[in-house]
Ligand binder design. Structure first.
Ligand code: PLP
Length: 420
């Protein structure tokens, strides 16, 4: 059988140990009444069917108990956020106390920079990947300005070499070394949203620390997608959203990691609120902040239980499947997509995501040679849900929880027809 045979894809699906997870998601319906070809989990993950029940339980608790829901089993609201420590830590390779679920991603980046971007007149620069997600760039620019620095001087954006589409690992490390004792913070993506490049976070952390800088990662496109070992790699902090690969729903509650070495320290400034205090003494309503031990000390407000309920349902699937098995399938699924798409061999596009599996997550970024917007329209007309990002890239992300090898095969067929 050739990889271009539909039966080849169907055979892979039959052999897929994670194949059963697809039926636990709602798959949107396309124009012909069939399920769409959903390759957009990098933007908004699909809804797990368990979400309705998880949400319903909290709505019912609220309806029946009112304020007493805070202490009613199961899953009392007072400690609802604690449900996530263990499963979220497993997703990002952290210890449970190093992780907390709160707020939204950009908000958390700011809160973490309050603690870990503390520039001095000599050491004030932030190194960030060129072409980072705009919100990250706005966040670091405004942080620099907040501390009285000119972003044009303080922010160093690192771009690929001329004629290349992704960054070389050695160039990232060289840039860190070059900035040296001017560097206050390295803030990198785990996976770049535009190119799909997965960075060597362990090496970046080591180089950043060697230069005397703090190191943080934005894992929006890495959490639930790429293998992560935050505790062992040792960055100072990380933040990620949960509505992309983690399927928590639009605007879902975000994740935060603070490395163990910073937990319980009194010399780190932080913006504080009552939910960061020790839960055992919180209701003594005392005048001074008594921080809890762990990343939870960075919490400000009481937990938004309703959006958290959908995250709970979603993370149960990750716990059940396991990140290792998910990654195994993901490499195979995206590898299959890569082989098929590059076999088209047309001049119509170029895959700019690295070809090596350990330098990418599940997303492939297809740079159109001509009118990418038109190509995207053709794909959408065939009920493919993927997205187009300026200047000219179509991003496709088969996710191991709910996409099939047949999905990938069908996408290849439609792409081939669309470019010919
Ligand atoms: C999706 C994404 C965001 C979105 O930020 P929100 O605060 O969740 O709106 C930010 N940064 C990166 C790198 C992203 O991929």
């Amino acid at each position: 059988m050739k990889i271009t045979d539909l039966d080849y894809a169907r055979q892979l699906d039959r052999e897929d140990p994670l194949g059963g997870f697809r039926q636990r998601f709602h798959i949107p319906t396309g124009s012909a009444g069939d399920p769409v070809l959903y390759l957009c989990g990098n933007s908004l993950g699909l809804q797990p069917k368990g979400v309705e029940k998880a949400l319903g339980e909290e709505l019912e608790k609220w309806a029946n108990l009112g304020v007493d829901g805070h202490f009613a089993e199961p899953n009392p609201w007072y400690s609802y956020h604690e449900i996530f420590n263990a499963p979220m830590a497993a997703v990002v390779g952290a210890r449970p106390e190093e992780v907390v679920v709160m707020n939204s991603l950009t908000t958390n980046l700011h809160l973490l920079m309050v603690s870990f971007y503390r520039p001095s007149a000599e050491r004030f620069k932030i190194l960030i990947e060129g072409g980072a997600f705009p919100s990250d760039l706005y966040a670091v620019q405004s942080q620099a300005r907040f501390h009285g620095f000119d972003p044009a001087e303080a922010i160093v954006e690192l771009y690929p070499r001329d004629g290349e589409k992704t960054l070389r690992d050695e160039d990232i490390l060289a840039a860190i070394e070059r900035e040296g004792d001017r560097l206050a913070l390295v803030l990198f993506g785990g996976v770049n949203y535009y190119t799909g490049q997965l960075f060597d976070m362990g090496a970046i952390t080591e180089a950043g620390h060697k230069a005397g800088a703090m190191v943080g990662f934005d894992l929006a496109h890495a959490a639930g997608n790429a293998p992560l070992k935050l505790h062992d790699w040792g960055p100072d902090f990380a933040a990620w959203c949960s509505y992309k690969y983690l399927n928590s729903g639009p605007g879902g509650v975000a994740g935060v990691f603070v490395h163990e070495r910073h937990l319980g320290r009194k010399d780190i400034p932080r913006f504080e609120g009552w939910w960061g205090t020790d839960p055992n003494t919180r209701f003594e309503m005392g005048p001074s902040f008594a921080p809890q031990y762990g990343a939870g000390a960075w919490q400000l407000s009481n937990a938004p239980v309703l959006p958290m309920a959908s995250l709970r349902a979603s993370l149960e699937l990750f716990t059940e499947a396991g990140m290792e098995a998910l990654r195994q399938k993901s490499e195979k699924l995206t590898g299959y997509l890569y082989e098929l798409v590059t076999s088209i061999g047309a001049d119509a596009f170029e895959v700019i995501t690295p070809s090596e599996p350990d330098r990418r997550g599940c997303q492939l970024s297809i740079l159109a040679a001509g009118d990418g917007e038109l190509l995207h329209k053709r794909l959408m007309a065939a009920d493919v849900i993927c997205d187009y990002r300026r200047p000219n890239v179509i991003r496709v992300a088969p996710t191991p929880l709910y996409n099939t090898y047949e999905d990938v095969w069908r996408f290849w067929k439609i792409l081939e027809e669309s470019v010919s």
